[in-house]
Write a protein of this length. Structure first.
Length: 381
């Protein structure tokens, strides 16, 4: 039997994350959404407590925590508000790649820039194998490359000072690039009217106009890039699942409390069979997702290849649960579910935006099928 019992230190860190989520993140969530970014005071708190450095390696000044420990902490923070958590600046998803190759020459200027602990924001553009139906194209240019075209929206793009770009080269092979504005890289942010959710997460498109890529900006290519991307994505997806589980736990808790207090026909509506059964289903989906998360994180920490192979399918399963739980929370609150004074309507919007950013269930399962079959699986129009 696998034990997910955290250590005393991990429990203390997760408890601190839960306290910050309840007392600081949740109360400021609506203000952050209206401002379109996380409040600076909240960012300062998160940085001072080390929550933005969990994945970074120790020789970079990070905590280099095991993935399972991070999953518990990000789940606790996601309980406060997913939109706020997704808008936090710093190394972001780039930290998972940095952890794998901390001494790579292309990353050293970024290490220097964040030496004081104030890490410039990194956004990850994943456009390999048609991911997100990206409009970004790559042409060869001598020993380097040229980027052109406009991407689909991705998280933190509006705030990024660095881009980690995963694209296909002209021959169809994966290519990992590191772009830094401080070193002269240029890209244009195309901020759209994104009204769905995650409005504080800096979602935007980026446009490249014949951006020249030098050999020094190439992290890896070909089979090396594919392997690095696979390892990094496994870690990124686990951490995203953790945040989603935190949101689901918040929705279940809030809805259970609301229905236990609200009365109709002389009794609490939670006692009506239709409501209590739905609440039970919400709780089951949330607990199942959490167990899948912890099991996968444990396997990846142990170097078990099954963990990396299964993570896409698990993300698909949790996305399905996420949409069910947040949709059900809105329905069980009735008319109040659509009023902004109650957080469940925001949580439902954030959930839909999260699924759009990280792949809908059919797309993720098609990718899992490709892994199993060793061939491309069409996903339709």
């Amino acid at each position: 039997m696998i034990s997910f019992q955290p250590t005393e230190e991990e429990s203390a860190f997760a408890d601190l994350a839960g306290e910050v989520a309840r007392e600081q993140i949740r109360p400021m969530a609506m203000e952050c959404e209206q401002e379109g970014r996380v409040h600076p005071d909240l960012v300062k708190t998160m940085m001072e407590l080390g929550f933005t450095n969990l994945e970074l390696p120790e020789n970079w000044g990070g905590l280099e925590m095991p993935l399972l420990s991070q999953a518990q902490i990000w789940g606790a923070l996601g309980y406060g508000d997913l939109g706020v958590v997704q808008g936090l600046p710093g190394a972001g998803e780039g930290a998972s790649l940095i952890r794998l190759i901390p001494d790579h020459p292309a990353l050293q200027s970024y290490k220097t820039a964040g030496a004081d602990g104030d890490w410039p924001t990194v956004a990850f553009l994943h456009a390999v194998d048609g991911e997100g139906m990206s409009g970004v194209q790559v042409d060869s240019n001598g020993e380097g490359y040229v980027l052109k075209g406009t991407s689909q929206p991705f998280r933190l793009a509006a705030f990024a000072e660095n881009l980690l770009v995963a694209v296909n080269d002209p021959g169809g092979e994966p290519l990992l690039l590191w772009l830094d504005r401080r070193d002269g890289s240029r890209w244009h942010v195309v901020e759209g009217d994104y009204r769905l959710g995650l409005l504080a997460a800096g979602c935007a498109r980026v446009r490249f106009e014949e951006e020249m890529i030098t050999p020094g900006q190439v992290i890896a290519k070909g089979s090396e890039a594919r392997e690095l991307l696979s390892q990094a994505l496994a870690r990124i997806y686990v951490l995203e699942v953790a945040k989603e589980v935190g949101l689901m736990e918040a929705a279940v808790s809030y809805t259970a409390e609301y229905t236990a207090q609200r009365k109709a026909f002389g009794q609490e509506i939670a006692k009506f069979q239709g409501v209590s059964f739905t609440l039970a289903d919400m709780a089951i989906e949330t607990r199942t997702s959490r167990n899948l998360l912890w099991q996968t994180a444990e396997r990846i920490d142990d170097g078990n290849p099954d963990g990396r192979k299964a993570v896409g399918g698990i993300l698909s399963r949790v996305h399905q649960s996420l949409r069910f739980v947040t949709d059900s929370a809105v329905q069980l609150l009735g008319g109040h579910g659509y009023v902004q004074e109650f957080p469940v309507e925001k949580w439902m919007r954030d959930a839909q935006a999260q699924v759009s950013l990280y792949g809908r269930e059919g797309e993720l399962m098609a990718r899992r099928g490709e892994q199993l079959l060793g061939e491309h699986v069409p996903t339709g129009a």
